[in-house]
Design a binder for this molecule. Sequence first.
Ligand code: UDP
Length: 310
Amino acid sequence: MTVSVVTGGAGFLGSHLCDRLLGEGHQVICLDNLITGNVANIEHLAGNEKFHFIKQDVTEYIYLPGQVDFIYHFASPASPIDYLELPIQTLKVGSLGTHKALGLARAKGARFLLASTSETYGDPLVHPQPETYWGNVNPVGPRGVYDEAKRFAEAMTMAYRRFHGVDAKIVRIFNTYGPRMRAKDGRAVPAFVSQALDGDPITVFGDGSQTRSFCYVNDLLRGIMALARSEESGPINIGNPAEMTILQLAEKIIAMTGSASQIIHEGLPTDDPKVRQPDITLARTRLNWAPEIEVDEGLPITIDYFKSLR
Ligand code: UDP
């Protein structure tokens, strides 16, 4: 019996991870304080005797009896409007929460995987971003609460690895989309899809020339599972290098939904990165991983999910 703990297990990525781990026969303990997670994401697991949900803030001491083999630390507000509304909780879960989760890994002799982010690269001056790039982050800007919390989390993870010998790994997750995103989490994909389905104006921030590279959730999870199983410790980028401008994304979503919505332009948020694209050489060579689902396949599945909520 393998026992896996997923912090943030009721969130977008965390809940998909719980599904995968259960699919591999693991017993799964899901910890979430539900401030941005949603029980609807794990509702289908109720009654599964291998799944346990504990409503817990992971910044507080975590007590779990018995064996734990893997800890996946995914708890964090993760969209710009979430961490602007929850700045202190975002800093706390990246710092205190990571410390608690690592402490649990050490106590249990468990393997640990930190969900870090492409935001550690900030507004990057190197493009695409390899893991060796140290980033260009504004610590005192509004996004700093997320970026610096994750950078601290990486430093703490490395310290536990080096000093305490914890078998700890770091994945840097690039923009990921798919079913179970919150319609109103403020991120580009759910915002544009909801606006298109409602016939509301599509709010492109700035002139829309900023770029992102969107990875479908199943590809991301496959990469994370490959890292968890491997002897690599990272940091390792997982994302889809297919880069596009935000304006192109908006136009694509309008076309796919057949919406009559018009694009309007709103102010660019402070410190919004101008470009972002993962260099996935490391994941390709060390994990034998590459994304397989391009946006033309993944976006329609995501659009259908948002339609199903109506
Ligand atoms: N964006 C936008 N309109 C929206 C939401 C986001 O133009 O309604 C832009 C945002 O400014 C950024 C890009 O889309 O340049 C991706 O934003 P998101 O919040 O999805 O992710 P992140 O900025 O963290 O990559």
